[in-house]
Structures are given as C-alpha cells and as structure tokens.
Design a protein around this ligand. Structure first.
Ligand code: FAD
Ligand code: PYC
Length: 415
C-alpha cells in the first residue's frame, strides 16, 4: 500500500480494513460468577486467567475510568525479577517468564525488550551490599551478574566517571532478562484476550459501595446500578484503602504520588535500563527516543495525582549527577500516579477480612512487572478460594504473624 496524504486521511476517517473494537462493548448484567474491581493490568490479567486457566467466563471487570488509565498507563515500563527474598524472586520471576511468552499468548505485541536492567553502586560499601544481594538472587535462581567499574562503563559509557563526580562509579549488577514492555499494550492485550473469552469489560463504571450479608460481600453498588456475584477481586492500585474502608476493614498501606518524566526524543544513546539506588534516579530510552526517567516517592502521603515540585527537582538532579550529558535536553512531559505502599514494600495478595472478597494490592512503585503473576494468582484465589503456593507468603495475615517480606532495599530500587 502506498502511503500518501490521501491514504492517511482515508484511514484516519474511514475504516477500510474493517477493524472492530479490540474488546466488545458490554453493559452491566445483574449477576456474574466473579467481578473484578479495577481495569488496570492486574484486574484485566485476573479476568483473562480466570477464563483461560479456570474456565470461569461469567466475569466482569469494572473500571471507573478507562482501562489502563491508572498506574498501568502511567508507569515507566520496567520489568525485572531481581528481588532479594526467595518469596519475591519466585513471584516476580513467574511474572517475567509469563511476560516472555505474553505477546504469543495474547496474540498482541507487548513490545517486550529485554535490554538488561543495570543497578549502579557508587561506593565500596554499596558494592559490598550489592554483592550480598546478588549472591542471594543467584541462590534464588535469578540471572544476575556483578559488574566491576570497567564492565559498568562498557555497558553505560555516558555515566559520569569524572574524578570529581559526586557519586563515583564503583560497579554494579545487571539482570539481562530485565528490560521494558509497552504498558498500554499489556492492558489492551489482556483486555482483548479476556473479551474474546467472554469477559465483560465495563468502563466508566465506578464501584461506590459493597452490599453485605453479615460478613459476606454479595454485591456491589456501582454508577451503573447494583450487581451481584459469587466472588469479588479488588485490584484498585492507589485506592485500595479507600475501597477497603467501604468494605469495612483497614489495610496496612499508605498512598503516595510517584512521578515520572520524559525528555524530548533523541537518537539511540542508552541501550539498557539504568538505576541508581543512591540518587534514586532511573532511566531508559523509549522506542520513540525519549528518555523515560523517575526516582523515589513524593515525601508525604497524598491523593493529588500530579506530584510536587521539590521531588521533580530531585528526580532531575539525581539523573544529571549520573548523566551530566543529559543537562542540555528539554523536558517533554511530567506526570504522576498514586501508588499504595505496604509497610514492608511487598504486595498483598489473598483473602480480605470479609468473605467473598480477594485482594491484589500494595504493589507500591513496582507492580507493572508483576501484572501477569498478580493476575494469575488472583484468578487462582477467585476460582479456588485458596492460595497458589506462590501467593501464600503475601497474605494479609503476615502483618499479624510478623512474617514480613522487607523488600525496601533488596532490589536496589528507591522507594
Ligand atoms: P492500576 O493500573 O492503577 O489499575 C487500578 C484501576 O482501578 C484504575 O484504572 C482505577 O481507575 C480503577 N479504580 C479505582 N477505584 C475504582 C472504583 N471504585 N471502581 C472501579 N474502578 C476503580 N512498576 C514497575 O514494575 N515498573 C516500573 O517501571 C514502574 N514505574 C512506575 C512509574 C510511575 C510514575 C508509577 C505511578 C508507577 C510505576 N510502577 C512501576 C508501578 C505500577 O505502575 C503499578 O504497581 C501497577 O501499574 C499497578 O497495576 P494495577 O492494575 O494494580 O493498578
Ligand atoms: O519497580 O523496577 C521498578 C520500578 C522502576 C521505576 C519504578 N519502579
């Protein structure tokens, strides 16, 4: 086909190839076998695996805005499984393995690019701690390699190696299977595949309350009316405690804005994902050429989905300490998402304190990489009412037993 201005207009205004919507428009039925609240990656993946793995197809995903419009469409798309504790390594590596086959499974190109995720150590002390973490990861079967200073510079030649650098380069480690994936495609791919299996995806449908029969959730109040179901999944990152309060319980987490930014587009100059736990900055280059970067959380809990200027300045300062060459770039966009952070920086997956409701929340700054596993495990809970062994350690009861999985620093990402 020749691409002329005429063709572009014809394709833009008409539909000569006869493409239909990727997922079927649906309206709310009076009842379902299972309802998932939240049409982000985790909610959509849960619906897909409920239908695909467990044959449960009378399922609805209720999304108050548009699918993927929450954190799934706001993140910086990094996928990796380089976590410290065995429980986390198994969970995130299950997700990464599913990501590795996801384009084929969904028949939708999620643009997975396993370009390697590199964490920089800026001091001898940091290098020693990193060595311990890398040893733990290797024991957990995760593909990580230590890098000395020379190897690090060979991977990231633009990093600031000046003798007077404020954050000198001592070395680092790399997970070569880590990288990035297109976040919108993950949401759209799961939505299309779930819809093809019979799932109703209902956008602009906010859940406003829970209907209870004693300690059991039996239905929902929504902006589209009342609906009942056998079981319910809650996957509303950023608003988990708001919804938990409506259902009558508390969650051990706090909600913060997490910001990210992109620069103007450049020719390819950065070939991997680079993170610095010391400055909190991380960066990758998108397929369009923009540098995508961010750092730690805003300083206090908030639902204001824009982020604060001092944190934005700190993010940019952190990036420029490591890559002074980026100083001349113009910034294109800045945004934030609200993330729910648990006390131990690990997610909560499991039954809620009220019957019939199952939780997938508390992914904090790092749940994009977990979407396939989070969906897989919530689907298992909804179908069987009990944990898959992978999700058992992430049960809410760990905050009573004390069996916390403290991943605050283990994987080298700043919180
Ligand atoms: P979401 O995608 O937020 O979906 C939840 C949905 O629930 C939303 O669409 C919302 O509208 C809906 N909802 C809320 N309340 C209701 C209601 N009452 N009724 C109906 N629907 C409701 N993770 C990584 O692994 N790698 C990264 O590089 C990374 N970078 C990030 C960068 C930023 C700036 C941010 C903000 C996050 C980042 N994350 C990253 C974290 C990651 O984005 C999230 O952990 C993940 O997207 C959570 O997915 P989710 O499906 O649970 O939530
Ligand atoms: O979890 O890898 C991550 C991440 C990177 C940026 C934000 N979260």
């Amino acid at each position: 086909m020749r691409y002329s201005a005429f063709n572009l207009i014809r394709h833009g205004l008409g539909n000569p190839l006869g493409w239909g919507p990727a997922w079927k428009p649906a309206s709310l039925k009076p009842s379902y076998d299972a309802i998932i609240i939240g049409g982000g990656g985790h909610g959509l993946a849960s619906a897909y695996y409920l239908a695909k793995n467990h044959g449960i197809r009378r399922v609805a995903v209720l999304e108050r805005g548009w699918i993927g419009g929450g954190n799934t469409g706001r993140n910086t798309t990094i996928v990796r499984s380089n976590y410290f504790f065995g429980e986390s390594a198994r969970l995130y590596d299950h997700a990464l393995k599913l990501y590795e086959g996801l384009s084929e499974d969904l028949n939708y190109n999620i643009m997975l690019s396993q370009r390697g995720v590199i964490n920089i150590a800026h001091s001898e002390h940091e290098m020693e701690l990193m060595t311990r973490s890398v040893n733990a990861m290797l024991l957990n079967g995760i593909d990580v390699e230590l890098l000395d200073r020379k190897q690090l510079l060979a991977e990231v030649p633009l990093a600031n190696d000046a003798p007077d650098a404020r954050f000198p380069l001592h070395g680092g480690f790399v997970q070569r299977r880590g990288g990035v994936a297109r976040h919108d495609a993950v949401a759209w791919g799961y939505a299309r595949a779930a819809s093809q299996l019979g799932v109703d995806i209902i956008q602009n449908c906010e859940v406003t309350g829970f209907i209870r029969d004693q300690n059991r959730i039996t239905g929902l109040e929504t902006t589209h009316g009342r609906v009942s179901a056998g079981v319910f999944g809650l996957a509303v990152a950023g608003h988990s405690s708001v919804m938990a309060a409506k259902a009558g319980f508390d969650l051990p987490l706090q909600s913060y804005a997490l910001q990210a930014m992109v620069s103007e587009p450049l020719k390819p100059i950065l070939h991997n994902v680079v993170m610095s736990g010391r400055t909190h900055a991380y960066v990758s280059q998108s397929d369009k050429g923009e540098l995508v970067f961010g750092a730690g959380l805003d300083l206090y809990p908030s639902y204001a989905q824009r982020g604060n200027l001092p944190t934005a300045q700190e993010i940019i300062a952190g990036l420029l300490e490591i890559f002074p060459a980026f100083r001349r770039l113009k910034m294109l966009r800045q945004w934030a998402g609200i993330v729910d952070v648990c006390w131990d920086y690990s997610p909560i997956i499991g039954p809620a304190p009220v019957d019939g409701l199952y939780l997938n929340c508390g992914w904090g700054t790092g749940g994009f990489k977990a979407i396939p596993a989070g969906g897989w495990l919530l689907a298992h809970l909804l179908a069987h009412g009990k944990h898959d062994p992978l999700s058992a350690p992430f049960d809410l009861t760990r905050f009573q037993t004390g069996a916390l999985i403290d991943e605050a620093a283990g994987a080298g990402i700043a919180h």
